[in-house]
Design a protein around this ligand. Structure first.
Ligand code: 1GP
Length: 243
């Protein structure tokens, strides 16, 4: 089944999912023991990528992970050439929280033909950066300003516009290593305004915080840093899907 169909099916069934973010720059996560634990715990997805990753490192990591798991591997690209058919899908991100034309159409034009030739499932995804209390790499590199965490109305309008434009997933991200997560109240308002599956990430470090965001309406939660720092936490985090 295509990955997007699987995400839609899980949403329809009210099932919550966990995506583990693997940053190819940080190798401790890609050891075999960690991947094996992810397999045992039926982690739903691997997201792979980062805002400052070299293509060769990305490809090497994708191949390594792919050799050891059947968990769907989804590229969360940091640039237009982060395309590798060894993965399963590619989030074609439109950074709709920002006003950088390169991230609204420029990179997509650069990537389009290679994506067409690849075997990847391409999933058009609205990407909304929300202020997480510190300047994150994604904000710096994208040269965009995040949506203020207190301005729920802008977040709702942005997500609605993205849905009306035909995007298939919505990803609200406080940025990797954020001090605070996307506020649960904002997640609640956005999830009731749109029908699209909602991905939430950035600064999520505890099962309690995950459960709060799931209850607010997140369908998929992405965890990166917390697991890079403490891979043992995977067990607790995997259990937090059952809310
Ligand atoms: C970043 O949403 C992801 O784009 C994950 O963030 O590394 O803070 O978990 P963390």
């Amino acid at each position: 089944m295509p990955i997007l169909d699987n995400i839609l099916l899980k949403k329809a069934q009210g099932k919550k999912s966990l995506a583990v973010l693997i940053d190819p720059d940080k190798h401790q996560q890609t050891d075999l023991r960690f991947i094996t634990s992810c397999n045992q715990l039926n982690i739903d997805y691997f997201f792979i990528g980062g805002s400052f990753v070299h293509k060769v490192d990305l490809e090497k990591t994708i191949r390594f992970v792919k050799q050891h798991t059947d968990i769907p591997l989804i590229i969360f690209p940091g640039d237009a050439d982060h395309i590798d058919s060894s993965a399963d899908a590619f989030l074609l991100l439109s950074m709709i929280s920002g006003r950088n034309p390169e991230l609204l159409i420029g990179k997509h034009v650069q990537a389009a033909q290679a994506l067409k030739e690849s075997r990847l499932e391409v999933i058009p995804t609205g990407y909304m950066l929300i202020d997480g209390g510190k300047l994150t790499n994604v904000s710096y590199i994208s040269q965009t300003t995040p949506i203020p965490s207190g301005n729920t109305e802008i977040a709702v309008s942005t997500a609605l516009a993205g849905e009306m434009l035909g995007l298939k997933l919505m990803y609200m991200d406080a940025g990797s290593g954020a001090n605070s997560t996307v506020p649960p109240m904002m997640v609640k308002r956005v999830s009731s305004a749109i029908k699209l599956p909602l991905i939430i990430g950035g600064g999520i470090r505890t099962p309690d915080s995950m459960q709060e965001l799931f209850s607010a309406g997140a369908d998929i939660i992405v965890v990166g840093n917390a697991l890079e720092e403490n891979p043992e936490m995977l067990w607790e985090i995997a259990m937090a899907r059952e809310i």
